[in-house]
Design a protein around this ligand. Structure first.
Ligand code: MN3
Length: 264
């Protein structure tokens, strides 16, 4: 009996200690910098603790695509999709796992690490962003082989119109921002909260959840386009504008709208 009780106490405190360490210790272990928790609670992305479309955990794995590599033809051709997924995305994952493997906070949700990414190793920022951004990017695409007119539902068009005057004006502004972004990076439709949508571009593999992004641009990414040359060079070479124009044909609007609806 006594022994059982001792065992129980030991197990309970081990759990409690583990939990406390998981919730806070990894941060203290990672940095001696003072982190103001209020600053993070002021961020308006939501759901606050996870992205339902990115539930992968360490060790991170390449997600299976819900379609074939040729499914986005004629807008993005097979070879680009295959190299982009099996080589580029896989490399981010390999490097992310390597960057995390010896750290005591490796099991913390990636989205949590993004919120403090400014004080973490640059490799976590670049490769963590690479994994998260691409995992979303694949889900944001939908085959459209017959080149049908691809627009969001009337309801979501109305929401976009409230922020950008009209759906067409939103498309124009988004395309413009994506085309003008200098060098490699991403262009996003960001929900700062349920009342505020913004178009934001980020360099390299940064994303709008990261604390390295200006606070006014931070939020929950609803839609994103990869404007790295590796995303379009084989078919479009230097013609980024043409790639963006064609990409609108394969935007998975139902997915984007679902992300919006899931926001509280
Ligand atoms: Mn890419």
């Amino acid at each position: 009996m006594k022994q059982n009780r001792r065992k129980f106490l030991f197990t309970t405190s081990a759990f409690a200690f583990g939990w406390l360490f998981y919730r806070g210790g990894w941060l203290r272990a990672s940095t001696s910098m003072n982190i103001n928790p209020k600053k993070h609670s002021e961020l308006h992305y939501s759901p606050l603790d996870f992205d339902a479309d990115f539930l992968d955990t360490f060790p991170y794995k390449l997600p299976k695509l819900p379609y074939g590599y040729d499914a986005m033809e004629p807008f993005i051709e097979k070879q680009t999709m295959e190299i982009h997924h099996t080589k580029h995305h896989q490399t981010y994952i390999n490097n992310l796992n390597k960057a995390l493997e010896n750290l005591d906070f490796k099991n913390a949700p990636l989205i949590e690490l993004f919120r403090k990414v400014s004080v973490l190793d640059k490799s976590i920022r670049n490769n963590g962003g690479g994994h998260y951004n691409h995992t979303l990017f694949w889900q944001m695409l939908k085959p459209n082989p017959n080149k049908q007119n691809n627009v969001p539902s009337a309801g979501f068009q109305k929401i976009l119109a409230q922020h950008f005057k009209s759906f067409d004006e939103f498309k124009k502004q988004f395309s413009d921002a994506a085309a003008k972004h200098f060098g490699s990076g991403w262009c996003w439709l960001v929900a700062k909260n349920k009342n505020e949508l913004k178009i934001v571009t980020t360099p390299n593999q940064d994303n709008p959840i990261m604390d390295v992004v200006d606070a006014k641009d931070r939020g929950f990414p609803l839609l994103g386009i990869d404007v790295w040359e590796h995303a379009y060079y084989l078919k479009y070479q230097n013609r980024r504008v043409e790639y963006i124009e064609n990409w609108w044909n394969i935007v998975h609007w139902e997915f984007v709208e679902k992300r919006w609806n899931n926001l509280k």
